[in-house]
Design a protein around this ligand. Structure first.
Ligand code: MN
Length: 247
């Protein structure tokens, strides 16, 4: 059994999400051969050298899962693209490139975070190209922590203000870009997160039936896609597990 999740946006301010995730790691994820986290795992990440005690705690919990035998694969999101090798070593996970294809449930599946599919958002695509270029990454990683903190706050505030003004088609994926990317990779299943609109979209790629599975975010509830003998199934669950010790 394989599990895929994304957009947990873990942060100290949301102990309910953290508690649900730690519970998920200690229970359901233990039964999985592999856990895929498709980006925006953390609300913000300014660099492995700037990890807070909270972020170390999450790394420790992932490490326990990987030590117990579940492979953990992590993809960058637009919030946490500065996660690096040091975190992955500490957490016992491997970093996936975006996009990447993997063999899941007996077929080749394309995995993405999803922000690169929102091509109508021209301003963001430009910013993304700048932020994710190797030279910019090198510069960013070498800025003092306080500067990175300020920059992260500025980017988040701007993105929040702009998202409110943008039409919903602009902050969703561009249908033509989905078809283009799927055809280019020769896949019939694409799994991504980012848009916070969990769904399965039936498509046609090169005359063949295909599907785009969108992972849900963890905000009012949690979401996980499970791949097993029954196929690909995503279901929501309560953030506060019924048997949690705290109310
Ligand atoms: Mn995102």
């Amino acid at each position: 059994m394989i599990l895929l999740i994304s957009d947990l946006h873990l942060e100290e301010k949301r102990p309910d999400i953290t508690r649900a995730f730690l519970h998920f790691l200690a229970t359901r994820a233990r039964q999985a051969e592999a856990l895929y986290i498709l980006g925006d795992f953390f609300e913000v990440w300014i660099g492995d050298d700037g990890m807070s005690p909270f972020q170390h705690e999450i790394a420790r919990a992932l490490r326990e899962l990987s030590d117990a035998g579940t492979r953990i694969h992590l993809m960058h999101g637009n919030r946490d693209f500065l996660i690096g090798k040091a975190f992955c070593r500490e957490a016992g996970c491997t970093l996936l490139s975006d996009p990447c294809t993997v063999q899941l449930g007996g077929e080749r599946v394309l995995l993405m975070h999803g922000d690169s599919l929102c091509t109508l958002d021209v301003g963001y695509m430009k910013l993304r190209r700048w932020l994710r270029n190797p030279l910019s990454l090198l510069i960013l990683r070498n800025l003092p922590l306080a500067t990175r903190q300020k920059l992260a706050r500025k980017l988040r505030n701007e993105s929040r203000a702009q998202t409110r003004m943008k039409a919903s088609e602009i902050v969703d994926v561009t249908p033509q870009e989905v078809l283009r990317v799927m055809a280019a990779h020769g896949v019939r299943t694409l799994i991504h997160g980012h848009t916070h609109r969990p769904a399965v979209h039936e498509l046609e790629v090169n005359g063949q039936p295909a599907r785009r599975i969108v992972l849900g975010d963890w905000d009012r509830q949690g979401w996980a896609l499970q791949i097993d003998d029954e196929g690909f199934n995503q279901a929501p669950f309560e953030l506060a597990p019924a048997n949690a010790s705290e109310p």
